[in-house]
Design a protein. Structure first.
Length: 61
């Protein structure tokens, strides 16, 4: 869950113009698992959530 939360925050912050890569790039892999299935499933959830958050932000403006 930590990887998902930080990954979504990384993507959404980037969309908002606030780069967090200095912190996130080293932090996220530290929590990750090397299981390919886990990585794929996590990436799918992260992208779905990030897209939903981005859509909400876009419609607020």
């Amino acid at each position: 869950m930590e990887v998902e939360a930080e990954s979504v925050a990384f993507i959404v912050a980037g969309l908002a113009g606030s780069g967090t890569s200095a912190h996130s790039v080293g932090y996220i892999p530290g929590w990750g698992d090397v299981d390919v299935t886990v990585i794929r499933d996590t990436a799918t959830r992260v992208l779905n959530i990030a897209h939903a958050v981005a859509e909400i932000i876009e419609h607020r403006d």
